[in-house]
Structures are given as structure tokens and as C-alpha cells.
Write a new protein. Sequence first.
Length: 579
Amino acid sequence: MNVAFVVAVLLGAAALLGVWRTLRADTSHRPWRIALQLGAAVLAYFALFPPLVDERFSAGTLIVLTPGATVEQIAKRGNANATVALPGASPHSEFEQVPDLGTALRRHPDTARLRIIGGGLPPRDLDAARAFPIDFDAALLPNGVIDLSAPTSVRAGSAFAINGRVQGDAGGRVELRDPADGVVAHAALADDGAFTLATQAKTAGNVTFALRVLDKSGTQIEQIPQSIAVLPGDGLHVLVLAGAPDPELKYLRRWATDAGVDLASRIVLSDGIAMHDGTATLTAESLAATDLVIVDERAWKALDANAKTLLKNAAHSGLGIFLRVTGMLPEDVAAEWGELGFRVRAADVAQAVSLERNAGAPDPAVVLSRRALIVDADDATPLLRGNDGSAVALWRSDALGRVAIWWLADTYRIALAGDAARFGTLWSRALATVARARGAAALDLPGDARVDRRSVLCGLADGSFVEQPDGTHAPLTIETLDEGRRCAAYWPAHDGWHTLVSGDRRGAFNVSAKGSAASLVAARNADATRVLAGSVADSGSSTATRGIPAPRWPFFLAWLAIVGALWWFERTKARVDEG
């Protein structure tokens, strides 16, 4: 408990006791006695705990040596009030060694400016430096990966990309190797060292790839573990209603089966003959258990009024409806789809379209075709665009559900061209966007956790803990932030895969070893320090203000005078009583 608070309570109780005794006693000068007793208590408190007053002092510059500082930089550091070295910055004993910047600032309270020399401040010291003007003398970055962007988790069966930049290895290349040491992607470095690696996440699980940087001769320069949590699919329940079989539907159904989608279908083969797969009934109960209905214009036309009403009502309640245009759109179907928010009309537009984004000519094998239509919607969002920027699919919200329209004709050509992963990713993203929203919000996991460095975990329930690689559980102290998020800090002690357990939710994240990806860490520290150096304005003043305790002696002398006056009153009362 706070000592000052305890003393204040005791003094207040003593003063109130004296006031109570004075009020009960038959004596003179009661108001004066009460005022003096209260004043004595207040002055006694301030004599023990004087208030803070502002003091202006001559402020100076603190030089902070950080990891990566060179001998030349240290020799040219210039004059300053003091020079301190953070861990890993300099082994020389002539510099004051400090565990962190906060400790250095407490030891040197007259600091008004910081000069950072070397690789930059690590994340733990950024908050301590925010209030100071900063000069940053940056060291050259080491050769290796200095920029990296990669997902921490992907869905099984989806394609993903890793982007980055390498310094100091012009003419080299990068490789991405799977846990079996097989090359799953490779790319040559651009003139500025940039690269992009694309591959596919196959089965669910925690996977650690190896990102290797090679020079011109093929010699390995650096290897960085790249960990990705491959999550299982959402297990969508999809109903397909088609007026006729077509190649697009054939490849879509094959992909859905491989991806673990629970697919039911009813495909009309001829008048009165249809092919059924699974339970393809349209009832309120079956639609409530379905996430998405894919229907083309011929199947829609064949539905009766009751079935269409059931679909619309289910969409209001969260069902996703995916409208496929496979041919000429009858006027009555166009009118009914207009009630769902899409105005469709025939138009003389170019039908060839490519989904590739590169500047060169598209591969003829993946030039697709779209229906000669124009689709308008007041509140729709593009679901898919061609390389010319025009939409080939739209979606819009309908109460709790979503409705989409798709007039791209032959994406199966992508699979025929040998890129089944891209075909699967295309349809996976499209269907996931429109399907019924299910599941709990994802846990907020750290993207770059490292041993002995603080990580922040959010979206936590009471009793959350981290399951560590050795099987032990680390409990978390949860705090509620201003915006209502429930978060906790965690300092990993081991590298490897960790699992955050929050209620019935689990999320895996990987912790890197201390020395992993040294060039990338150095680049990120330097970037963060540059941003910080430009965020605080320099006042140009060599003086600063700090709070110090006021002198105690005036309060003590005043207390002594009041206590003397109270003593005099008591002596006077005693003489009167004796007389």
C-alpha cells in the first residue's frame, strides 16, 4: 500500500480525534483550536511528503550505441553529456553498459535529446524514446534479406505469395524449400533485389519452409525459416442447381470434392431427367443448413415461385446465392435477378479477357471469355476483375446474406493449362466471399514473435494460456484496452511452434530464435528508428523542466509554530483550571 496514503489516513484520524475532543471540552477559543489542529495535520503531511515543483535545468544529448555501430561511427560520435551502449552494441568497457534505453534515461535525467548510432533501437526501446528529439546515424545494413512480407496462415489448397528484397546479392536468386528439402518455388532477384515466390499450401498443419538466398555461383548466403500455419478448409455446405452440364461445372465440382466441400447438386440432363448428387432439396430446413447455393439461369427459370421465395428468404437470413450466367438470359429471369439487385442486359462488348496482372501479353492458354453482358448494381462490389480492370463478377449484401453474379464463362481453362492451384484459389476466394458467415472471430496472433522479446496476443477469453513446444502451459495476464480489446503480453522462452488456447479456440504461431534473420531484424529496427526520428519536433531549447520535491523546512517551521500555539492554548487552559 502507498506509504503517503497510510500517513495521510493516520494524520487525518488524529486531527479528527482532536477536533472531537475540542468540541466536547468546555474551553475557550474553540474555532482557533480546531483550525490549528487541522492545519497541523496538513503541514505535518507536507513536511513528510512535500509537493513537486518545476525546476528548469540545463539539458543535454545522450548518445546511444546500438547493435551494428561501427568503430568509425563511435570515433566520430561527437560531444555529449554521456554515452551508453545497449546490449550487443559495443564490448568496450569505457562506455556505460545499460540493459535498455529506459534504464539509461533514469540514470541520466538531464537528457533532452538522443543520438542513436548503429543499427537502430530494438522494439523494446521505442516507447522510451518517443518523447525525445532524435538524431539517427544509421549503420549500413548487412547483406541478406532486408524486407519480407509473407502470410502467417493460409487455407489448405490455397496459393500464397512471399515478397521481399535482398541487399548485396545482385544477380543471385532465392528458393523456397519445403520441410522435405524440395524446391517448391524459386525466382531470380530483380535489379533492386526484389523477389516474389508463389506456391500452394496443400494439407493442413504447421509448416516451416526454408527461404534460401543464393549468389550468382549458387552459394548459399542466408537461410530464413518461414513458418506458415495451414488451416483446414471451412467445410462449406454447397448446393449446385444447373440447367445443363458444362465443362466449367465439371471442374468446379471436381475441385470442390478435392477441397473437402460438402457438395450436393441437381443437374438437368434432358426434359424430366436430372442427375442428383447428395440431398438437393429446397426446403426452409435444408437451406438453413446450407452455406451457398450456386444456380444458373436455366435452373432458376425451372424453379417454381415457392422455391424462389424460399431462396430469397434464406438469403435475408444469411444464405449466400451465387448466380451463374451460362448463356442467353431470358427476360423473366433478368427481371427476377433485378429484384436481387443486379440489372443485366445484353451488350456488344469484347468477350476475351485475362485474369493475369503482368504487363506483357497474356498466355494464350489462359485467355478466357465472358458473356456479352453489362451488369449494373447500385451497391455491389467487384468479386473478380479482368486484366483491363472491368468486373466479370459482382456481389452485394442482402440483409444478413450475400448475392453474387458471375458471367465469366470458362475458368476451367486455367486448370487445363496446368495451374490447378490457381483455379482452386480463384474459386475458393469467390465462394468464401459469398457463403454464409460462420465461425468465431480469429485470434490476433503475433506475426514476428521472437525468443525473449515481448509479443502481444489479443482477442482473449478468461483463462487463456500459451501451449509451449515442450508441452508446458504459460498462463496469460489479460488486460482490457481502451477500445475494449482483451490482450496480454507474452515473452517466449523457446523457439518453435506455440499454440494460443482461448476458450474453445486455438491458434498456432511460430517463435523465431534470437539470431534468426539478422539482416531482416536490422532493417526493421532501422526503419522504425527513422520513423521515430521524424515524429518528434525539435524545440531547439537547451533547457528542460522537471518535477522535484519542494523544500521541507518551510512546512516544518509552520507546523512547529502551530504546535507551539496549541501548546500555549493548553497551558492557558491548565492555569485557568488550577485557578
